[in-house]
Design a protein around this ligand. Structure first.
Ligand SMILES: C[S@@+](CC[C@H](N)C(=O)[O-])C[C@H]1O[C@@H](n2cnc3c(N)ncnc32)[C@H](O)[C@@H]1O
Length: 492
């Protein structure tokens, strides 16, 4: 059993409650998540496994550092944006572990990660073609380290002892703290009072659950690059102080649609509740939002492999990301009047209307409507474009031969961004591989399978349309021949 007794004692002494008769911790095999929570008895649905006082969560709201540092200077130095402030708090708490409220908790956190952020160049090459590498955000993260964190640390030698800098405030520690946040944090909004002064659960994007409790806390794993960001610009509306480390709740592993427990929030505590009956000996699983393997690997350092049928294993939640610029270059190779320059105004309009510049293609799903609409938008003539603008609505997602041809060309170009074929990957997977290379291969194979299937579907739709079109022209020609013959006859 994982030796967490010191942590559990600290948790209970700090106001946390845990049903130690029902739940324990064990080291599951790595494919099951490694250290995780296990049911010690049969647990019924709706059972409280543990509660965490809000004050025991670790965030820029609960750490005393921002106040000790001075809130106005904290803001002036932009430590309230993105994750840099929380990272600094975690570093400071770790540097002062004997006096920190979270010392025994910080001791439970990992120092090594299998996420691509820490991979050597050669392993990263195995991810070529996938969007994982461009999303790592290492440079942005390091910019925040040098431009915000280090100047703040050096400005206050009384708080951040100079001989602590190389040990507790190094770039390496910065990345470790960032990765701890990426793989273990929760989004914990402030508890709001409604107009009547009553307590009300804050609005959570995940929606309410079918449990007689307030809504669930956001799925774990706030995003590194798109959300708070270790190095993000903080320009989005998310409140960085919501990003919280939640002791005990972050000990639960997750697997695609296997969740049997979920974290709910209340005014004073966060409550982990079973959402299904769990048999003695079974793992207690949280959810990380059923992410595709590319995202699981980037944030958590693992991939989900479940049977998909026909002897294939993979992640049913996989997606293929197709970038808008690739679609535009595919369109311009078919129709030279379409170009990045001629599409610029339309793309800006599309983004302003809330459109995205990346399209997610899912397993066993047709071409997404949003991509069809986008292809129409870039291939419209000037009249059509004026109509779209005056209506203020993107074009209808109607499939036609032009849309299919552009989609096929885009998918073919996307396929070329991967250096190996799916068949080669299947063969490589049978050989002995390092964990990183294996995980990378599983990510790109999942993407290529979606690509292959959507491509086949588009090609067969195009063939069917062409057959239909050819049939119609033949009939038209026959009718006009008949018409001509009759006219000749009647002239005679
Ligand atoms: C929130 S923590 C869960 C607890 C963690 N196992 C621990 O030892 O503290 C998330 C990390 O657990 C691991 N993990 C969770 N679910 C997993 C799974 N299905 N397969 C492999 N690893 C998993 C990954 O390393 C991930 O970054």
């Amino acid at each position: 059993m994982s030796n967490l007794s010191g942590f559990i004692k600290w948790f209970q002494a700090s106001g946390g409650s845990i049903d130690i008769g029902s739940m324990g911790f064990v080291d599951f095999p790595p494919s099951e998540g490694g250290r995780g929570a296990v049911a010690l008895n049969d647990i019924p649905e709706g059972h409280t496994l543990f509660t965490i006082p809000r004050s025991l969560t670790l965030s820029t709201r609960t750490s005393t550092l921002p106040k000790v540092f001075g809130l106005s200077e904290w803001k002036e130095r932009k430590l309230h944006e993105g994750w840099v402030g929380l990272i600094l708090c975690m570093m400071w708490e770790a540097a002062n572990t004997s006096s920190s409220k979270w010392g025994p908790y910080l001791d439970t956190l990992p120092t090594e990660f299998s996420t691509p952020m820490f991979w050597p160049e050669d392993d990263l090459k195995a991810l070529e073609g996938s969007s994982v590498v461009e999303k790592l955000g290492r440079d942005d993260a390091e910019r925040d380290y040098y431009q915000k964190l280090i100047p703040a640390v050096e400005s206050r030698p009384n708080l951040f002892l100079p001989d602590h800098i190389s040990v507790y405030y190094s770039l390496e520690v910065y990345h470790v703290m960032g990765s701890r946040i990426l793989s273990r944090s929760f989004d914990v909004e402030r508890w709001e009072l409604d107009d009547s002064g009553e307590d009300a659960p804050t609005d959570q994007p995940d929606g309410a659950m079918d449990v007689d409790l307030p809504g669930p806390v956001n799925a774990q794993g706030v995003d590194h690059t798109e959300g708070g960001s270790e190095g993000g610009d903080g320009s989005d509306e998310e409140d960085a102080s919501d990003t919280s480390m939640v002791p005990m709740a972050d000990m639960l592993n997750a697997r695609y649609q296997t969740e049997n427990a979920k974290l709910f929030y209340e005014e004073k505590v966060l409550r982990m509740v079973s959402t299904k009956p769990i048999k003695a000996g079974e793992q207690i699983w949280n959810t990380y939002g059923d992410l595709p393997n590319a995202e699981l690997l980037r944030r958590y350092g693992h991939v989900d492999l479940l049977p998909l049928g026909s002897g294939i294993d993979g992640n049913p939640g996989d997606v293929l990301e197709l970038r808008a610029d690739l679609t535009i270059s595919a369109a311009s190779s078919l129709d030279p009047t379409i170009s990045p320059e001629s599409s610029k105004e339309r793309i800006e309009w599309w983004l302003e209307e809330g459109g995205d510049d990346v399209f997610a293609l899912e397993r066993e799903s047709p071409l997404p409507d949003v991509l069809i609409s986008f292809i129409h938008l870039i291939s419209l003539g000037e009249d059509g474009w004026s109509k779209v603008q005056s209506k203020g609505k993107p074009p209808k997602p109607k499939i036609d031969a032009l849309v299919l041809s552009i989609a096929i060309r885009s998918l073919e170009q996307k396929m070329k961004t991967y250096p190996t074929s799916l068949k080669q990957d299947e063969e490589t997977l049978e050989t002995s591989l390092s964990l990183n290379k294996r995980n990378a291969l599983i990510v790109v194979m999942g993407e290529k399978r979606i690509l292959r299937d959507v491509l086949a579907d588009c090609r067969s739709q195009l063939q069917a349309l062409e057959r239909k079109e050819a049939g119609q022209s033949k009939r038209r020609a026959e009718e006009s021949d008949k018409g001509g013959a009759q006219a000749k006859k009647s002239r005679r």
